[in-house]
Unconditional design. Structure first.
Length: 310
């Protein structure tokens, strides 16, 4: 049951995350600056979740100090990644950007390897399918790609991958809504000052781009809740691998909304990607022993049944 819940949550998160670059690209097209887009979507999503928690589930406000520090660290890392992501999105197409961003499972495996977590042979085989799939999807794009935009998107992917194992450790003790709330608040604490320092103005584009911003806010809110629920039940790497299905969502909606096209070769790559994702049902999941993890300092030393998280 836990595995099914985790897979369902990860796939739902991938769907919502797949819509994010489409809404983000549309908002930028409407004249909103990239840092303004990320500041609006993050702060509004955090505010929406805070209101929901305060009104209906105040028990999720509780978090132990080390867990809060972990959320602040993960949110700060992901906040920096979001700044890079939307800055890159203003320079390259949404489909190309998402293809590059989809390399984050490789980066997750790298971070977990440094944390002494060894991937299974099946996981390595699935990654072996993913890499040529991504190459096939990228290789047919004959447009000139902005190098700085590519580097920004790869940096965003690397940082996104880093925040997953950090949050995974906190989720070992805390419920997903709690981790989502404090991570989003920490992200807001990074992206809002960055926008204010940039001196960019959202006034000109907000009139025509508010619908795209609203859509981006909602998918951010929903994707974060389902993402951390998936991480809680599957772990960071497996959630990241399932999250690659967001690439297909982006490609489809980029075609329908933004007018981008897929070639026959790209569909071959998409098929390999789907095949890799389908193998998740054969994975055997086990709980990580955080006593030997480099994230063990994020532990909650004394959690009893008297606390509201139970």
């Amino acid at each position: 049951m836990s595995r099914i819940k985790g897979i369902s949550a990860a796939l739902a998160s991938a769907f919502f995350l797949g819509l994010a670059p489409v809404y983000g690209k549309e908002a930028i097209r409407q004249g909103l600056p990239p840092l303004g887009v990320v500041a609006l979507r993050t702060s509004l999503a955090a505010l929406l979740l805070l209101i929901v928690v305060l009104l209906f589930q105040r028990k999720y406000l509780y978090i132990y100090p080390a867990g809060l520090l972990g959320c602040l660290l993960a949110g700060g890392v992901n906040g920096l990644g979001s700044l890079l992501y939307y800055s890159a999105l203003s320079r390259i197409d949404a489909s190309v950007g998402q293809l590059l961003y989809s390399l984050y499972p490789v980066f997750v495996m790298f971070w977990l390897f440094l944390d002494d977590q060894r991937p299974s042979r099946l996981t390595l085989a699935r990654l072996g399918l993913i890499l040529p799939a991504l190459w096939l999807l990228v290789s047919t794009n004959h447009q000139k790609v902005d190098l700085l935009g590519v580097l920004m998107m790869l940096g965003a992917s690397l940082l996104y991958a880093l925040h997953l194992p950090i949050n995974q450790r906190v989720l070992f003790d805390m419920p997903a809504p709690t981790v989502t709330l404090y991570t989003l608040l920490a992200m807001s604490g990074v992206v809002i000052p960055a926008y204010l320092i940039s001196g960019q103005s959202i006034e000109a584009g907000l009139h025509s781009g508010w619908q795209a911003v609203l859509g981006l806010t909602l998918v951010t809110f929903l994707s974060r809740l389902t993402l951390f629920l998936g991480v809680k039940h599957l772990g960071g790497l497996q959630t990241a691998l399932l999250g690659l299905s967001e690439l297909l969502v982006t490609l489809v909606f980029s075609y329908l909304w933004l007018g981008e096209r897929l070639s026959a070769t790209q569909w071959v790559g998409a098929f390999l990607l789907i095949l890799s994702l389908s193998l998740v049902t054969q994975e055997k999941f086990s709980a990580q022993d955080y006593r030997t993890s480099r994230f063990q300092w994020l532990r909650n030393p004394k959690v009893t049944k008297d606390y509201p998280i139970h």
